[in-house]
Design a binder for this molecule. Structure first.
Ligand code: SF4
Length: 147
């Protein structure tokens, strides 16, 4: 098992002014980062998609890989914004086929208010959003920390 895994984070440009508070907080192995049970994490890049349809994806993959990224996390905001990002599968397909990286959808746990709203909307009842929920769901106590 590796001691350190290098990761990059790409956020939805709707939140381009975000300082990364929830994503960075969750690097202590909460939400999607809870999968890294046996390794430390090193963040080697953080950027946005640059707005629909995500033109920055074409370029940031190379930059993140040059910095050693082995895994790219698409931020939780791509899934839980209204409406959920329509290009997530396109981003995954491009990045994983073009670069030697794995792409994971999710960073911080879903905040309770977003879970409530998306539950009401039925967002997570069908693919692809249904597949994105488990890794960002966490338990209620942890979700509350990201309210
Ligand atoms: S919805 Fe997708 S393409 Fe549009 S700004 Fe957000 S992440 Fe980028």
């Amino acid at each position: 098992m590796k001691e350190v895994i290098k990761i990059g984070i790409i956020i939805c440009d709707r939140y381009s002014c975000c300082a990364g508070g929830k994503c960075f907080r969750s690097l202590k192995k909460e939400g999607a980062f809870s999968i890294y049970t046996d390794t430390d994490l090193e963040l080697v890049g953080y950027t946005t998609c640059d707005g629909c349809p995500g033109g920055n994806i074409e370029y940031v993959g190379a930059e993140l890989v040059k910095n050693g990224a082995e895994v790219i996390h698409l931020a939780t905001g791509l899934v839980i914004g209204y409406p959920p990002g329509p290009y997530i599968e396109t981003f995954i397909g491009f990045l994983e086929n073009r670069y030697p990286v794995k792409v994971i959808v999710g960073t911080h746990p879903i905040p309770p208010s977003y879970l409530d709203t998306h539950t009401h909307l039925g967002t997570f009842e069908s693919p692809p959003e249904k597949e994105y929920l488990p890794i960002i769901l966490s338990d209620a106590a942890i979700r509350e920390k990201y309210a």
